[in-house]
Ligand binder design. Structure first.
Ligand SMILES: [Zn+2]
Length: 583
């Protein structure tokens, strides 16, 4: 089996590559088998070209016997059943909920031609449903469809357009796990600046990245689409020129647009510079220059509102902050120095999370988190100087960083808490936002584009997978859990791991040493205790969602791909990425 593909950075992190390669494949087979056992749904037809995203949570059932059907499935919310039949009917429908009789009805049909009849199924929330349908003589049952109602976040009232005409500075600290920050409960004082921003702004306690590494994550931030839909899943893929971007939306609203980017993955050839009047790239060692350039840019802007995207590399590896921070929470040693060679050596040894070398490495990461926080703090001050009453700051990360909590060190391979939970703070002094408030409802990266569009009254065009969270900022009730879909880095058509976040629960597949695992994020935010045996119906429902999602065709970008040039390859090599990406 092949293992070292272009851009396959983590191939070298798995000791005995063959073992590392087979693990997800075998586990995925188990996931699919499990799904086959728990559902009887028809697979979507293969498509040459990815169609528009299908209506959310629509299932079709194959009808083998035209006189009767027996449909068993798990549901997450309100459900409508539609039956298509020819004849005069009526159809007899008997419904069981969680194994008990729930309802019985006769559905009239309109005539001899194929006609639909719909019925709302009883119950709410997560439950196992079984529907038996019988047709009388002379009536032919042709198709059954079940549609789960897509939960919507509450709409905004006061806050729609509340930030219109203000400048926006987005600050990304790359590879920053939220729980390494004080405001997310870290015991070390790594983040005085972000914590201060959160005290004056709104903190999202449960924000999720959609993907596990930089390129797809930023493409999601800019488009509101999952990596499965925007198609920028690896080096050499460019964002489809037809997809509208966040920068273009600000441009159309009259903002000047500028990007200051320190990660070479976020580049013009990837299509991610589209919509920016100015796009400035920085080398790995140039972090200190970024806030100064941003301040100068804002000072020169005059009265025109600005959209500024700042992508800082810290705390992304190598963990090498300036001298004054290099020993703050831990000292580099000969064996664990925070550079790639040492990180790779350690990853290959597959240490446990409490191995002293891992603990030491995480301390060096915290040093680098403090450096990212310091740089971010300079940017926050530049935003305040630009005008507290006319500037908004959105602080976040593109994904987290793992220290063997679930076996991996670094990022890309999994979507557990250490990778998926990102910091997210929205700061808008003098606006109707409530300073110091906390949003606990789960949100995810695809929500950002529609949210900013609603708050800034932008025409974002296109279709986002996320929803605006502006209503949550008004303290409105979320009104039911949404299904958030997370995926790790893609290898040969499938990601290493997927997850479904549903309210306080998260289903991960494949999980370590088992096909799936269900976690209760409220009781167990670190995702250590599989509770699927306590919640079998929910686990089955979420697995059904996950398998249905995994069987949707992937969108491929229609934009021409590219081969990274020598300069970009050198920059990628500096960051520990293999340098043959895009071939
Ligand atoms: Zn990143």
């Amino acid at each position: 089996m092949e293992r070292r593909r272009p851009g396959d950075r983590d191939g070298r992190r798995e000791p005995g590559g063959r073992r590392g390669a087979r693990r997800p494949r075998a586990a995925w087979s188990a996931v699919v088998l499990l799904a086959a056992a728990c559902g009887k749904e028809a697979s979507p037809p293969p498509a040459d070209r990815a169609p528009d995203p299908p209506p959310a949570r629509l299932r079709r059932f194959e009808i083998a016997d035209p006189r009767s059907a027996d449909l068993a499935f798990t549901a997450l919310g309100a459900v409508e059943l539609a039956l298509f039949a020819r004849g005069r009917g009526p159809l007899e429908v008997v419904i069981e909920e969680d194994g008990a009789p729930a309802a019985k009805s006769l559905l009239a049909l309109s005539g001899e031609a194929r006609s639909p009849a719909a019925v709302a199924l009883p119950g709410a929330g997560t439950r196992a449903l079984r529907v038996r349908v019988s047709a009388p003589a002379g009536t032919t049952l042709e198709e059954a469809r079940v549609r789960d109602e897509e939960p919507r976040l509450p709409g905004a009232k006061r806050l729609a357009g509340a930030l219109r005409g203000r400048s926006l500075m987005i600050v990304v600290c790359d590879a920053l796990h939220a729980r390494r920050l004080g405001s997310w409960g870290h015991e070390r004082d790594t983040s005085p600046n972000v914590d201060a921003l959160a005290r004056e702004g709104v903190r999202f306690a449960a924000a999720n990245a959609q993907s596990a590494w930089t390129l797809p994550s930023i493409a999601t931030l800019f488009t509101g689409l999952e990596q499965e839909r925007h198609g920028v899943r690896d080096y050499g893929r460019a964002l489809d020129a037809e997809l509208p971007t966040l920068a273009e939306a600000f441009q159309a609203a009259g903002h000047s647009t500028a990007a200051f980017v320190q990660n070479p993955v976020v580049s013009a050839p990837s299509g991610l510079a589209r919509g920016f009047d100015r796009f400035t790239e920085y080398g790995r060692d140039a972090a200190a220059r970024v806030p100064r350039d941003v301040r100068d840019h804002l000072a020169a802007a005059g009265a025109q509102p600005c959209f500024v995207y700042v992508h800082l590399l810290p705390p992304h590896a190598p963990y090498a902050p300036p001298r004054e921070l290099a020993t703050r929470f831990g000292r580099p040693t000969h064996e664990v120095d925070g550079h790639f060679a040492g990180i790779d050596r350690l990853a290959k040894a597959q240490p446990a999370a409490d191995d002293p070398r891992v603990v030491q490495l995480a301390a060096l990461y915290d040093n680098h988190v403090a450096w990212g926080d310091q740089l971010a703090g300079e940017l926050f001050r530049a935003a305040a100087e630009h005008g507290r009453d006319r500037t908004v700051v959105l602080f976040l990360s593109d994904h987290g960083e793992a220290f063997a909590q679930h076996g991996d060190i670094g990022h890309e391979r999994n979507v557990h808490d250490e990778i998926a939970t990102i910091p997210l703070v929205l700061w808008a002094p003098g606006s109707p936002l409530t300073p110091g408030s906390v949003v606990r409802e789960p949100v995810w990266m695809p929500d950002l584009l529609p949210s900013l569009a609603e708050l800034f009254a932008l025409d974002a065009g296109g279709e986002a997978h996320g929803q605006s969270f502006a209503g949550l900022l008004e303290g409105r009730d979320a009104g039911g859990a949404r299904v958030l879909r997370l995926s790790a880095k893609y290898r040969v058509g499938t990601p290493d791991q997927r997850a479904i976040v549903f309210g306080r629960f998260k289903l991960v597949a494949p999980a370590r040493k088992r096909p799936t695992a269900l976690f209760d994020l409220e009781a167990d935010p670190g995702e250590t205790n599989d509770v699927s045996a306590d919640h079998p119906v929910l686990a089955a429902a979420l697995l059904g969602e996950l398998v249905r999602w995994a069987s949707e065709p992937l969108s491929e970008s229609a934009a021409p791909g590219f081969v990274p040039d020598a300069k970009m390859r050198a920059a990628l090599r500096e960051l520990g990425y293999v340098d043959d990406g895009g071939k």
